[in-house]
Design a binder for this molecule. Structure first.
Ligand code: DON
Length: 580
């Protein structure tokens, strides 16, 4: 009797529980909020430096759109994150314009000066002189950042250029408080950076001492340069006083950039490379970035397997990623370069049939050796420090931008008087066929040095759309050669494994780039998994390493934005548009 009463009460509780569970709508945010993303119903900016994200979010609150916010953040990063934020470098910006339902790809990559030539970094023995390619005044390409940001703002922004530049000018003029991260980053490169008089003046104390956390760095020359851009647009950089200072420095120190190079530099709008992954459209940069092509190529190969069933970061999953990466990076070495100079076989590389040929070559139980994998198109004769930010506005416009000086602090050389660091992007060319660059990447004729050509990049700012065509993800990353594989794992984490953006960002990553034949992995990939990969024949790196730093925004289609800065880089920040 007691038993049956208890049973009845138990059954009642179950019924009540399930009724109340059914009565409640499944909380909208639950599945997306693991790992604590920032949430907004208006707009958001995510970048590698919190103050710069705040600058962008404030521009949104002033009525600016995602493009205004992104440009404001881009110029602010040139002040607050000098190791990668820049006006002396270059990059790529993807824009989605909601009203026109149009995706735009802006190429503001650096350009080889007109006096550059194929063998300019070879020593008398015919070997690559890495110091010259990476740290000399000749390692700088013609900077593209100002042309790119101004082009985006003037064509697609709502506010004035003056308005979006004002916060950066104020930060440079009034000073930024040195964080632990900035102090450490400058101190770690003190010797290299102090060897240039301008850089020493701008980033070290008068007596050469290093800045400490809590000190203030004022960048008055940079403020003046930014003010000239605010007053005159791109001409404030490529002509007049700033240009004269760049050319003067080149002439004094053996650099190649001339006033004609500066005047002729333009940002270019290119057709985005878009692929289809199980009905979702994935759009990224075309050449001179290799990012879009290889992102789509790898996704095409991977689409043929049920990855979700294999399980995230299982050995079988990682094996398939690695084998796809190996083949894409082999192709990169031969077929990729600036498409204005070399006929890049874009359509073939992103063709689903080609991907299926590559997929069939993959042994599902055993690793291939990179020495046995050659660039795969049969009918052709024959190639630390970047930063990404994303912005999204209340109207649904989206910006995904990656730009860089190449290495941390670029060449380490500043334009004296103008207050900014120069890139060392000429090292992204293939200085000699088969000779690895600063990221171990090899290339050939497709990416050889030629005047006016833009060096091949891996930067992969990306926008993903749901099957109905609405944007759902803006992402991208620094990390040199690892950028494309990091972005691909972000896309898969969201599309395939349904992770919220913060979880997708935090999840451990892996990387392979054909040569060297090595699987790189982050801590968090289990020892069991690594053992299984080794048993399949993979050469697995002996140490974990950190891969990339994505700064992403995801939309859930219900008007909620989820932003996640990458915890791998301290100081980064997702900032929601402040409420009125
Ligand atoms: O354009 C490229 O592919 C390289 N210059 C990117 C350099 C980079 O990501 C450094 N960051 N960690």
């Amino acid at each position: 009797m007691i038993k049956s009463v208890l049973r009845t009460i138990g059954a009642l509780i179950v019924v009540l529980f399930s009724v109340s569970a059914n009565a409640d709508r499944q909380p909208l945010l639950d599945s997306k909020t693991r790992f604590h993303p920032v949430i907004s119903q208006t707009g958001m900016v995510v970048s590698q430096e919190m103050i710069a994200s705040q600058v962008g979010a404030d521009i949104l609150a002033k009525g600016g759109n995602a493009i205004d916010a992104a440009v404001a953040t881009g110029f602010a990063l040139a002040v607050t994150l000098p190791r990668a934020g820049n006006i002396g470098g270059g990059g790529f910006m993807m824009i989605y314009l909601a009203e026109e339902n149009k995706t735009i790809a802006i190429d503001y990559r650096e350009m080889a000066p007109s006096e550059a030539f194929k063998d300019m970094f070879l020593n008398p023995e015919g070997d690559v002189d890495n110091r010259k390619a990476q740290f000399s005044i000749q390692s700088s390409g013609v900077p593209g950042t100002v042309a790119g940001l101004v082009h985006a703002q003037e064509n697609y922004g709502k506010l004035s250029l003056k308005q979006v530049l004002k916060p950066a000018i104020n930060l440079a003029r009034n000073g930024i408080t040195v964080t632990i991260t900035l102090a450490e980053s400058l101190a770690a490169r003190s010797e290299r950076l102090q060897s240039d008089a301008g850089t020493k003046k701008y980033f070290f104390k008068k007596d050469g001492a290093e800045y400490q956390p809590g000190d203030v760095i004022r960048q008055r020359d940079l403020a003046a340069t930014l003010a000239r851009i605010a007053a005159n647009g791109a001409a404030g950089f490529y002509q007049g006083k700033t240009a004269a200072m760049i050319v003067d420095q080149m002439e004094r120190t053996g650099g190649l950039i001339t006033s004609a190079d500066l005047e002729s530099y333009v940002a270019l709008e290119r057709t985005p490379v878009c692929g289809d992954y199980r009905g979702s459209k994935v759009c990224a940069m075309p050449p001179p970035s290799s990012g879009g092509i290889h992102l789509v190529q790898m996704l095409n190969i991977l689409e043929g397997w049920d990855l979700k069933a294999l399980g995230h970061n299982s050995a079988d999953y990682i094996h398939r990623l690695v084998e796809s990466m190996r083949r894409a990076y082999a192709d990169r070495s031969l077929y990729l370069g600036d498409s204005d100079f070399f006929p890049v076989p874009l359509a073939q590389l992103t063709d689903k049939k080609y991907a299926s040929t590559l997929r069939q070559q993959i042994d599902l139980d055993h690793a291939s050796r990179s020495e046995d994998v050659r660039p795969g198109l049969v009918d052709r004769a024959e190639s630390t420090e970047t930063t990404h930010f994303s912005a999204w506005d209340q109207w649904g416009n989206v910006v995904s931008n990656t730009y860089t000086l190449n290495f941390s602090y670029g060449s380490g050389i500043s334009v004296d008087g103008a207050g900014f660091l120069l890139n060392n992007e000429m090292d992204d060319f293939s200085a000699k066929p088969g000779s690895p660059n600063g990221y171990g990447l090899v290339g050939g004729i497709a990416n050889s040095i030629q005047p006016g050509k833009r060096p091949l990049s891996s930067m992969t700012p990306t926008i993903v759309f749901d099957p109905a065509g609405a944007p759902i993800l803006a992402t991208g990353s620094p990390g040199g050669s690892t950028i494309i594989t990091v972005v691909m794992q972000m896309v898969l984490n969201v599309l395939e494994f349904d992770m919220g953006i913060a979880e997708a960002t935090a999840a451990s990553r892996i990387h392979h780039q054909w040569l060297p034949d090595n699987v790189y992995y982050e801590s968090g990939v289990s020892a069991d998994t690594l053992r299984l990969l080794r048993e399949m024949g993979h050469i697995v790196n002996d140490q974990p390493r950190r891969l990339g730093a994505s700064e992403s925004i995801e939309a859930n289609g219900d008007g909620v934005l989820f932003g996640a800065e990458d915890p791998r880089r301290h100081g980064s920040g997702a900032v929601a548009q402040p409420q009125k």
